[in-house]
Design a binder for this molecule. Structure first.
Ligand code: NAP
Length: 255
């Protein structure tokens, strides 16, 4: 007799910036792994709903929730809407931005503030909401957080976007610090550090050809896919990673 595969329902997973790229791939893979997924997005409602539709067509459970992670009120509302779906057990701090190629001495204060506000403070605001719900200290059942760093945190991105690299360096430190802070409260906190991944983020930084231009200098002579990063994220969320916390996993093809 064929063995029956039972998909155990996990809790609710909030994926910020889930409407495209790595976030969308993570939302879809996590849904297949049994999570009920909140697909957060900032502006592209159609793209977010397309992700939700694909998950539901695949037999999964998902909702799309608009909200800017840089806005405290939006983040509170995002988690309130996630509460309505069930018990929150996971957060993927994926929403992130780059900006156009500039030297540090050319960057405006507004650019610097926006970069830190979205990439760093946005991730910290979402983690606060998740910890308040998941920590056993607050009566929660535990959970897992995965932050999106970047190899830029290590390379520094000179002449390109040092501000972005700095924001991802902060994410590495946040992963270490929060991971240790809540390790005894049932919450694991890890990060992935992607290399060059084929998504629209490069075009949003004014360089749609960046992936093609970089390909030949990458150790594996190819870029990564959003699905390859999603696989690492979903593993870090899973019971398979039950003794992994405070870890920063390079998903960069050796870069
Ligand atoms: P992407 O294709 O540009 O997608 C970004 C996602 O984030 C979109 O869903 C976007 O939603 C959302 N978003 C942007 N600002 C937001 C905000 N303030 N609040 C809520 N959502 C927001 O990016 P990606 O390449 O998949 O990157 C995802 C993460 O991986 C980022 O943190 C990035 O820094 C990191 N990463 C990417 C690479 C790479 O090569 N792709 C490498 C290293 C690290 P809307 O479309 O609605 O704006």
């Amino acid at each position: 007799m064929a063995e029956r595969i039972v998909v155990l329902q996990k809790g609710v997973l909030v994926v910020t910036g889930g409407s495209r790229g790595i976030g969308a791939a993570t939302a879809e893979l996590a849904a297949r792994d049994g999570w009920s997924v909140v697909v957060n997005y900032r502006a592209d409602e159609q793209a977010a709903h397309a992700v939700v539709d694909r998950i539901c067509a695949d037999g999964g459970k998902a909702v799309a929730v608009r909200g800017d992670v840089a806005d405290t009120g939006n983040v509170r509302r995002l988690f309130a809407e996630a509460d309505a779906l069930g018990t929150i057990g996971g957060l993927v701090n994926n929403a992130g931005i780059v900006d156009r190629r500039q030297r540090v001495d050319e960057m405006s204060p507004e650019r610097l503030e926006r970069m830190m506000r979205v990439n760093v403070i946005g991730s910290m605001l979402c983690a606060q909401e998740a910890v308040r719900r998941m920590s056993t200290r607050h009566g929660g059942n535990g959970g897992a957080i995965v932050n999106l760093s970047s190899v830029a945190a290590v390379l520094g991105a000179p002449g390109q976007y040092v501000d972005y690299a700095v924001s991802k360096g902060a994410i590495d430190t946040f992963t270490t610090g929060l991971g240790r802070e809540v390790a005894g409260e049932g919450i694991r906190v890890n990060a992935v550090r992607p290399g060059i991944i084929d998504t629209e983020i490069h075009a949003s930084g004014g360089e749609p050809e960046r992936v093609a231009q970089m390909r030949s200098v990458l150790p594996m002579k190819r870029e990564g896919s959003a699905g390859e990063v999603a696989a690492a994220i979903v593993w870090l969320l899973s019971e398979g990673a039950s003794y992994v916390t405070g870890a920063i996993l390079d998903v960069s093809g050796g870069r």
